[in-house]
Write a protein that binds this ligand. Structure first.
Ligand code: ZN
Length: 309
């Protein structure tokens, strides 16, 4: 029998990772409606946006405004934003955002391309961010992009990943996300790495972030769950990646993960039908279909109802 946790937490990243690659940008009002829908569906952790430069990521230009409005509504939900640097922490302070996430790539070449810094230079900048965030009552976490494999190097040596984990711990960050942004991870590798990091760094609160680029994101989540991991990112409708690049795919879809958990006896606290309704709503706003098995096939339990009629 598989050794699955009795419950898991899912962070909805559709508003950030999903929308940041889209041509059509939902209005701030539409984003607020989606946010409130997500909270109503049972989401307790939501990645609300990012504090990147609005010229670089125009889809996220209203993150400050979203945080301001939601802080006023005080929904009792963890709303986190991705930050590139110290300026991101300052924006979080100014708009009332209480949780921020840094990112570094485990791929030296990717980090250079993406942030124009070596991973070591990125890490050196973290201490200031942690200091300013902590002084202002803002929780700070860290993400490691492509810890499994990158398109430039292939598999990343575990010692490189461990060095980044230790750098995060060194500056006082002990919530860490392993992000398979390139969609290259496979279940047995995920199992081994999750086992390794859980044993070596038991003080860390881990998140796993899988893209479904090659159809194995759900299997990767299962493999991670089997090691005792309980926190996963997912995106409504499987949104993410770049829809204009052939073969590029988004995050694992929230409804698919919730459904799998539901049918496997793993509690998520999330209403799968409400998530499906949100995915349809977002699909209408964006004007294209979604990469979601549930939207195509419906819930397994629907079949039973139809068959018994
Ligand atoms: Zn992602």
């Amino acid at each position: 029998m598989m050794n699955l946790p009795s419950e898991v937490r899912i962070c909805e990243v559709g508003l950030r990772d999903g929308l940041q690659n889209e041509k059509v940008i939902p209005t701030t009002e539409q984003k607020l409606e989606i946010l409130r829908d997500l909270i109503d569906a049972g989401l307790q952790v939501i990645e609300i946006g990012s504090f990147m430069h609005p010229k670089r990521v125009p889809q996220m230009a209203d993150t400050d405004e979203l945080c301001r409005v939601m802080a006023g509504e005080n929904p009792g939900v963890e709303l986190r934003a991705l930050i590139p640097n110290l300026r991101g922490v300052q924006r979080a302070i100014d708009c009332g955002c209480k949780k921020v996430k840094l990112n570094v790539s485990a791929s030296r070449q990717h980090n250079l391309k993406n942030l124009n810094m070596t991973p070591e230079q990125s890490v050196a900048g973290f201490a200031d961010c942690v200091d300013l965030a902590t002084k202002n009552g803002i929780e700070i976490s860290g993400s490691i992009s492509m810890p499994f494999a990158s398109p430039w190097e292939g598999r990343i040596p575990q010692s490189d990943v461990d060095a980044i984990i230790e750098a995060y711990l060194g500056v006082g960050i002990n919530e860490i996300s392993l992000s398979d942004a390139s969609g290259m991870a496979v279940p047995n590798q995920v199992y081994e790495i999750c086992q390794h990091v859980r044993e070596k760094y038991p003080q860390v609160s881990w998140w796993l972030h899988f893209h479904n680029t090659r159809g194995v994101a759900i299997a990767n989540i299962m493999a991670a769950m089997e090691t005792g991991m309980t926190q996963f990112d997912a995106s409504f409708g499987g949104l993410g990646g770049c829809p204009f690049v052939p073969g590029a795919a988004g995050n694992v879809s929230t409804e698919d993960v919730v459904h799998m958990c539901m049918e496997s006896g793993v509690e998520t606290g999330i209403d799968v039908r409400k998530i499906m309704a949100i995915s349809r709503k977002v699909s209408n706003i964006l004007g294209h279909g979604m990469d979601s098995y549930l939207l195509r096939a419906g819930c397994s339990s629907d079949l039973l109802e139809t068959a018994s009629k």
